[in-house]
Design a protein around this ligand. Structure first.
Ligand SMILES: *[C@@H]1O[C@H](CO)[C@@H](O)[C@H](O)[C@H]1NC(C)=O
Ligand SMILES: *[C@@H]1O[C@H](CO)[C@@H](O)[C@H](O)[C@H]1NC(C)=O
Ligand SMILES: *[C@@H]1O[C@H](CO)[C@@H](O)[C@H](O)[C@H]1NC(C)=O
Length: 425
C-alpha cells in the first residue's frame, strides 16, 4: 500500500523555498575516547584529531522497521522541562517540534512546545542562515525579523514555523548534565503529517548542516559533531560525540562533500548479490535514517530484482501479492522468521570507491521483512516509482544491526556490525 511504503519517510527535499563486516567490540570501546582509525587506503581522509574535545551524548532509541516504520528518541526541552519524541532523520537539516498554536499538528496542545518570551532567534543571528535555503533574502534585509523555517519531505509532508532557542538539558556520558540553549524549529503549520506516528512531536534532523543539534553542540565545545546510530528490531541508541566511535573494527569511507545538499552520501557504488555483480555500477547513495525502506532508482532496482529472482530459481519460494510491500514471496510453509528462508537468499553488498575493502554488506534482515501474512517481502523499493527520481537511499532497514557513524569532524562515514542492545548509564 502506497502509504505504508512511504511510512516514516523524512527526507528533506532540497528546499527551493526561494528556489565488510567486522564485529565491532563495542563494550571495549565505550570507555575510551575514540580517536578512530584512519580509514583503510583512503588517503584523502584525515585521521581523527588527537585533540578531540568534549564528552558525548547517549540517547536510547525506540522503534522498528516493521510495523512501526521509524526510529525515535525522547528529548527534554525548556524550563520547566517537557518531553518530546522526535523522529531521527539524517536526511534533513535541523530539529523541529510541534508548537502551540498550530494548524495541522497531531499532538494535543498540552503536549506541544509552548513558546515563551525572548526565545525567538532573529534573522541577524548567525545560526538563522543554517535554517534557511542558500538565499535568505528576506532575512538579510530585515535583521531584526524573526527567523523562519520551512521543510518539505519526500512524502509531501511539510513543516513551517519560526526558529527558537531554548534550554535543551542533556546528560553527558562523563556524568555532567549540561543545559545548553539550542536552536530548533517551532512548527506552526504541518501539512500531511504521517498519520501512523501520531505520538511523534517532530523531527530530529541530523544532516550535515550547521543547524543540527550535533553541530550546535560541537560549536559550543560540548561534544564533537560525530553522529552514531545503532538500530535493531527493539530500538537501539543514538549518540553525539567521539566516545562511541570504536577504535577498530570499523569500515570507513570519505563522505562526498561536493553536493549542494546536506545529505550523507558515498559514491559511486557497485552492487553485488551473493558475491556476483548485479550490473549496478556508479550508484550514488545517501544514508537516510528518516526513511524506513531502501530505495533504488528504476534501473538499479530492476537489475537487483533480476539478480534476486535469478538466485531464487529452483528454490521453494514463489511470488505472491501481500499488501505490505510490492514484492513478496510465499514458502511451502508459513514463514515465521528470516531463519526460515536463510538458505534461499544471498548477501547484498554495496562496494564503494572500487574497493572490495569498503563494502556495506546487507544480510537478509537488512533488506527483507517477514509480514503478518507469513510471507517474506523485499524491503528495497523502486525510488523512481515513489517520486524520488534518481536518488538512491539507504533507509533504516539496511542500517539495522550496524553501528553507523557519521563523522562530520573528519568527513567520513563508518559502519560495523553490532547488536545495538548496549545500554548506557
Ligand atoms: C591502496 O590500494 C591500492 C590498490 O588496492 C594499492 O596499490 C595501494 O598500495 C594501497 N595504498 C595503501 C596506502 O595501502
Ligand atoms: C564533561 O564534559 C563537558 C563538556 O565537554 C565539560 O564541560 C564538563 O566539565 C565535563 N565534566 C566532567 C566531570 O569531566
Ligand atoms: C520502477 O518505476 C518506474 C516508474 O514508475 C517504472 O517505469 C519501472 O518499470 C519500475 N521498475 C521496475 C523494475 O518495476
Amino acid at each position: 500500500m502506497a502509504d505504508q511504503k512511504l511510512k516514516g519517510r523524512r527526507t528533506m527535499v532540497n528546499l527551493l523555498m526561494f528556489q565488510v563486516v567486522l564485529s565491532a567490540s563495542l563494550h571495549v570501546c565505550f570507555a575510551e575516547i575514540g580517536h578512530g582509525q584512519p580509514p583503510r587506503n583512503i588517503s584523502t581522509v584525515h585521521p581523527v584529531d588527537v585533540n578531540s574535545f568534549g564528552s558525548s551524548v547517549y540517547l536510547p532509541v525506540s522503534g522498528n522497521v516493521h510495523p512501526i516504520g521509524s526510529y525515535s528518541v525522547t528529548v527534554v526541552i525548556g524550563n520547566p522541562p517537557k518531553q518530546f519524541q522526535l523522529d531521527i532523520d539524517t536526511g534533513s537539516d535541523f530539529a523541529w517540534v510541534q508548537c502551540d498554536p498550530c494548524e495541522g499538528c497531531t499532538l494535543p496542545p498540552d503536549r506541544r512546545y509552548k513558546l515563551g518570551t525572548n526565545k525567538y532567534v532573529l534573522c541577524k543571528d548567525p545560526i538563522c542562515a543554517a535554517f534557511h535555503p542558500p538565499n535568505p533574502s528576506q532575512c538579510i534585509n530585515n535583521p531584526k525579523q524573526k527567523c523562519s523555517f520551512k521543510v518539505e519531505y519526500a512524502d509531501h509532508g511539510s513543516a513551517a514555523g519560526v526558529v527558537v532557542s531554548d534550554s535543551f538539558p542533556l546528560r553527558l556520558v562523563n556524568g555532567t548534565v549540561f543545559q545548553p540553549r539550542l536552536a530548533f524549529g517551532c512548527a506552526y503549520t504541518l501539512k500531511n503529517p504521517d498519520p501512523s506516528s501520531a505520538a511523534i512531536a517532530g523531527v530530529l534532523g541530523l544532516g550535515r548542516s550547521k543547524a543540527s543539534i550535533s553541530a550546535q553542540l560541537s560549536s559550543m565545545g560540548v561534544s564533537q559533531n560525530i553522529i552514531g546510530h545503532c538500530f535493531n528490531d527493539k530500538g537501539g541508541f543514538l549518540s553525539f560525540g567521539a566516545n562511541f566511535v570504536p577504535k577498530s573494527g570499523m569500515t570507513w569511507a570519505p563522505m562526498l562533500r561536493s553536493s549542494s545538499d546536506n545529505y550523507y552520501s558515498l559514491g559511486p557504488a557497485e552492487v553485488f548479490y551473493h558475491t556476483k555483480p548485479t550490473g549496478i555500477k556508479g550508484l550514488n547513495v545517501i544514508f537516510d535514517s528518516g526513511t524506513t525502506y531502501t530505495y533504488l532508482n528504476s534501473g538499479a532496482y530492476g537489475s537487483l530484482l533480476n539478480a534476486i529472482r535469478k538466485y531464487l530459481i529452483g528454490k521453494p519460494l514463489h511470488e505472491v501479492k501481500d499488501g505490505a510491500l510490492p514484492i513478496c514471496w510465499k514458502g511451502g510453509k508459513p514463514i515465521i522468521s528470516l531463519r526460515d528462508v536463510q538458505d534461499y537468499f544471498g548477501i547484498l553488498a554495496f562496494s564503494f570507491f572500487g574497493s572490495s575493502n569498503i563494502q556495506l554488506q546487507l544480510p537478509l534482515e537488512a533488506y527483507l521483512i517477514v509480514t503478518e501474512q507469513k510471507n517474506v517481502c523485499l524491503g528495497i523499493l523502486n525510488g523512481t516509482e515513489n517520486g524520488l527520481g534518481t536518488l538512491n537511499m539507504i533507509g533504516d532497514i539496511s542500517m539495522q544491526g550496524k553501528l553507523m557513524i557519521f563523522d562530520n569532524e573528519n568527513q567520513r562515514i563508518g559502519w560495523a556490525s553490532a547488536d545495538c542492545t548496549r545500554k548506557f548509564g
